[in-house]
Structures are given as C-alpha cells and as structure tokens.
Design a protein around this ligand. Structure first.
Ligand code: MLT
Ligand code: ZN
Length: 494
C-alpha cells in the first residue's frame, strides 16, 4: 500500500478524535517528539490525544490498515528514548494523557481501577483518599503515568518492600496494533486460566499493545515511619547493614538507598541552601526507611538499635535520624533530586545495572577502578536501590570538562565496561529504566539468541507489520520482522 499522506492521516485521525485532539503543526508536535532530557529529537506526523479506549482502538485500526507507525506516550519521562518517535516524521504519537480518570477504588478487594493516563501521583492520592497505599514511588511521579509505569515495569525506591509494577498489577486493558481490545481488567489475585497475558504488556515498552486501563493492588497505609541518613564505611558495609536491617525489621524495611559522596555533593550544589544531614563528608551513605502499621515509638527504637549495632560493628560511621516529617522529606528530597541534578549538569553516563546483592560491592569496586583508569577526574555519581541490587552507576564529567568532550571521549568505553562487568557478575544491563533506543543494540551482547528470537516471535505474533513503537527495545540486527508492509525493516530502524 502507498504511504498515506500527512493530510490524509490528519483528516482520518481528526475524524476519530476531533480537531482539538489531533495536533499536526510542528510547534504542537515537537514537544511530544522530544524526550524530557532533550537527548532524543524525533518528528511526528501527528499527535492524537484520545479520550476513550474506543478512540484508541479506532486510531490504531486506521493506522494499521494504512501502514502508519504509532508511538504510544504517557508522561514522556523515559530515560532511554523509549517514548519518542524517530526523525523520519512518519509516526503518529498517541498520548494517553486525556485518559486520566480513576474509575474505582475498592477497599474490600484492595484494588484501584484507573485509566492509563492517570499520573502516578494522582494514583497515589486516590489510594490515600481511600485510606490505602499505592506503593510505587519514583522521582517523576508528578508527570509519569500509570500506562507508562506498566509498559516499562517501573521500579523505584519501594521495590524492596512492595515489588515493581509487574508485582502491583492485577488486570490490564490493552489495544493491540490492529485495533482489537484485550480486556482483562480483572481484580483477581488468583486466576490460573492459562497464559498470564497481561504480563506480556508489562515491560514491553509499548511494542506489543497500548495499555489503556489497569487494575492495581492497594496496600495498607503505614501508620509509622522512621527515616535515617547514615554514613557507612563502604558499599560492603552497606550490604551488611541491609542484612542486619532485614533481620531486625523484616518487612518494615521499605527503603534502602545507596548514595556516594560525589552524588550527595552534586545534589547539594544543585539544590543550593540545603545542607547535608551529616556533619562531615563521607564517601558512602545510605538512606534507610522503616515503615509499619505498628507504633511509632517501637519503630524508632528498632531504627536506633539497628544503627547502634552498626556503629559497634564498624559498619556505620555516623547517622542522622529524622525527628520530624519535614526532616524525613528533606532526606528523601536529597535522594530523589540526584537524577535532575545530573540532567541539569549534563555529561553523565547513565548505567542502570543490577547484580546479585552478594556481588554488588565487588561490582562497584571494579567498575569504579575501570572508570577512573579511563578518566581519573570523573565524578563517581553512584546511587540507587541497593536493597534490590540495583545501582545507578552514573560517572559524571569532571567539573572543568564539557559534557560533549566527556561523552565524546568516554561514553562508549565506560558504558561497555560497566555493563560488561555487571553482566560478568550475573547481572542485568537495565535493572529498571528499560531498553528503549539507548540500549537496544547492546542487548545482542547480553541476551541469548534464544531469548532474542522468542522476543521477536512474540513481537511478530502481535505486531506483524512492526508498526507499534518500531525501533524500540528489540535489536534490529538480531531478527527483523519477516512480514509486513516494508516499513521499518531492519535497515530503517534507528
Ligand atoms: C532514580 O532512582 O532516581 C531514577 O531511577 C532516575 C534516575 O536514576 O535518573
Ligand atoms: Zn532508580
């Protein structure tokens, strides 16, 4: 079939969603076609903002029939270029942001049913209004949306206690590339009726279908919380302290975040006016959060006992325990702003790896030595979700070097060495940020050919024309689609 013209596409999609919800001018579409860190600059023939699943379905069916690629987009907060199109200008972006209704909060079933465009913070607020917790917690919660959280299997700072999005979802409604709707909005904790199809869409990065609604699990709201900012002797000491925390507090350990000295310095410089919770500079710190449904005093006592035992054992060097909600928020703010501080500074190499906890200290030591050998002045911004074995290992340009100079000289070598070391330790090159465009071609080195073959087989089964979020996640050089319109075959993929 001949490619539809921009005018034909605009007219057809406008007829489905209405003129206000179909944007075609470059001024309007550019915002959606560029990622929020402004590293990926794509082009879109149109941006449509449907308000119902039926509209999504009709848009998808039309695009499928006319061989028009489609890029689904939630809050556009991907760190991997996963939610923006390539620069050919052929794709339509479907933004879910108008589908932002919370449909039901069921406090007997402990579930929240909502449309995909609800922001994470709105989902958390809706849960709280119902007297429950929706526990996913990530820095971009004000912008990121539930559909994107699911499509990328988002993680964040509470996975240690509650799991990631894959663990928090019970039901999904998704529109398939040809417009069919898979409606599995069930709120069941047990359902052994065959393949768990909803999980196919979780972590698929919008390559298999567009998630339009979901049923999420709700948890009891914690009644007490204790947060501490703790200097530790080394990453190895942090791992030991985590083990002690789990022994002492069990399920109450809801956050255990590692922060390197350079990460803290970066964020304090960026925030300005905010001081470190600790009197002296330290190479390594952890933010520990305990939460429970029990008494505040008892939880605080557990924290203090844990830290005293850590001091005695030489694991802990110093600690500040939050004495108010404002303190706790300030400690968390330091941790959560590390990402934006890097974006603003520019020139950071964002490796997001996971290794077994037993190997994390060795990994950090080896990877640091390798990076410093390449550029001894690199600022070692290392932080993340230690409780999950997930390190954001983000070497940052020396202060007197430009981002372009540092990335030009070292991006490839540093990413390769860091990912290679994580892989050698039995780890993953993407713990929680996904693959998108940024890591797509690297996958061939880290996944077996059987796994890659299976991924392409699933992709072909659901999207034989390779029209949905083409060029993302699946490495083209492994197995490009053998069927379809000829659009986006291997050589076209970015
Ligand atoms: C975080 O933990 O802060 C997020 O994964 C974002 C990031 O690392 O940039
Ligand atoms: Zn993270």
């Amino acid at each position: 079939m001949n490619a539809a013209s921009a005018r034909t596409i605009a007219d057809a999609l406008t007829a489905i969603v209405g003129p206000q919800a179909c944007l075609t001018s470059a001024a309007d579409t550019q915002l959606f076609a560029t990622d929020y860190r402004r590293l990926y600059h794509g082009k879109a023939v149109a941006v449509v903002l449907p308000s119902t699943t039926e509209e999504v379905s009709r848009v998808m069916a039309w695009c499928y029939q006319h061989d028009v690629p489609v890029v689904p987009q939630g809050g556009n907060t991907s760190l991997m270029g996963g939610a923006v199109p390539d620069d050919t200008g052929k794709a339509v972006i479907i933004s879910l942001s108008r589908m932002n209704k919370v449909l039901a909060a069921d406090t007997i079933n402990d579930t929240l049913t909502l449309q995909a465009g609800v922001t994470l913070s709105a989902a958390r607020s809706a849960a709280e209004a119902a007297g429950r917790l929706f526990p996913l917690r990530i820095g971009s919660e004000g912008s990121c949306q539930i559909g994107g959280n699911l499509a990328t299997n988002a993680g964040g700072t509470a996975v240690l206690r509650y799991g990631n999005m894959r663990d928090l979802v019970l039901g999904i409604e998704a529109v398939l590339p040809d417009g069919r709707v898979m409606s599995a909005l069930r709120g069941l904790r047990k359902d052994n009726t065959g393949f768990d199809l909803k999980q196919l869409f979780v972590g698929s990065e919008g390559t298999l279908g567009i998630i339009t609604a979901a049923v999420l699990k709700l948890m009891p709201l914690p009644r007490s919380s204790s947060v501490a900012f703790v200097a530790v002797e080394s990453p190895e000491a942090a791992v030991k302290l985590l083990g002690e925390a789990k022994q002492a507090a069990g399920q109450s350990v809801s956050g255990f975040e590692l922060i390197s000295g350079p990460a803290l310095e970066l964020v304090l410089d960026y925030l300005g006016g905010m001081a470190s919770p600790l009197a002296q500079r330290h190479d390594w710190m952890v933010l520990i959060e305990l939460t429970s449904g029990g008494q505040q005093d008892a939880l605080e006592q557990t924290m203090v006992q844990l830290l005293e035992a850590g001091l005695e054992a030489g694991l802990v060097l110093d600690a500040a325990v939050a004495s108010s909600v404002a303190d706790a928020q300030a400690f968390w703010r330091i941790r959560e702003e590390i990402s934006d501080a890097q974006t603003r500074t520019g020139g950071s190499i964002k490796c997001d790896v996971s290794v077994p906890l037993s190997r994390i200290a060795a990994f950090i030591g080896d990877a640091t030595a390798n990076v410093l050998q390449l550029e001894p002045r690199t600022r070692m911004v290392i932080y993340g979700h230690m409780g999950d074995g997930n390190v954001h290992f983000n070497p940052l340009r020396p202060k007197d070097q430009s981002a372009a100079e540092f990335l030009g000289a070292h991006y490839q070598a540093i990413s390769t060495v860091v990912d290679g070391l994580a892989h050698a330790e039995g780890g993953s090159i993407s713990a929680e940020h996904g693959i998108g465009v940024a890591k797509r071609d690297d996958l061939v080195h880290y996944k077996s050919s059987v796994e890659l073959e299976l991924m392409w087989q699933v992709k072909r089964a659901l999207d034989p024309k390779n029209l949905l979020n083409p060029g993302k996640l699946l490495p083209a050089q492994h197995h490009a689609p053998s069927t379809g319109s000829g659009l986006h075959q291997a050589s076209d993929l970015p």
